[in-house]
Design a protein. Sequence first.
Length: 307
Amino acid sequence: MSAVREIVVEASPGWLALAALFEGLSLASYVVMFGPIFCTGLSWRRCWQIGGASLAMGSLVPASGAAGLALGAWVLHRGGMSGERIARRSVAFFLIKSGVNFLAVAVLGTVMALGLVGPELSMWLTAVPAAGAALALGAVVAIPRLGPGREPGPEASRARRAISAARRAVIEGTIEALKILRGGNRRVLAGSLGYWAFDNAVLWATFQAVGLSPPLTVVLMGYLIGQLGGLLPIPGGIGGIDAGLIGTLIVYGAPAAGTAAAVLGYRLILFWLPLIAGGIAFDSLRRDMPARGELAACAPAIAAQSA
């Protein structure tokens, strides 16, 4: 721990400032794609208020952003959007936001396994993650084939009705996500790619801040696998993401003490900046909540694209 502490104390303020800038751009990318996925008529102000507040909640309880989406869903429902439409779009938003990570690992792992880029690593660290990511993407694309299932009858239990509703939301949300992507909405594409790329750039910059320059391919590969720790609903993701990132990056060849220091800087920026910026957005939203019925006629992204 003393070695990590010394590295953190000597970290470059300039690189840390750049990392904070990258995180700000990542947050902006989230807001950019929020509107066209949830509501094509949503103003930039509303996108910032609801999307920013969601980011603040997601910073406290990450769980892959589920807590933040839950807050956004509550606000949208209060504004008049139906629960079913919110559920579908929440699934679509999650899949589009997360799918970039898996696509990146599938592509990057493949080219690394072929020896085209990056350091020479074992197939277990290149081809296997790439194959796993590709299988995950294939499974998502195949989800609609499951069908919505049989509607529960009036005598069905509350639990059965909830499971049926969740299944329909996942099926229909996946279909909507695929349609949105095929529609090529520039805000959705730019936002999802920017959210992923700038977040990776934060981690890269914190490595530079502590005087390390691991290959960018190693940072990118370690990012997704390490982020699986964020599925644990730990406040701020402290512990879950940290352990996942540090462990994965060390396996990929990064030095232990420097990696721990870089990830610590990454996590501090990832926790405080969304919390502060999102807190400002939440305060604005609290004083200007959507009126009842304001979002009732909100057009779906796919409807707008096909019109």
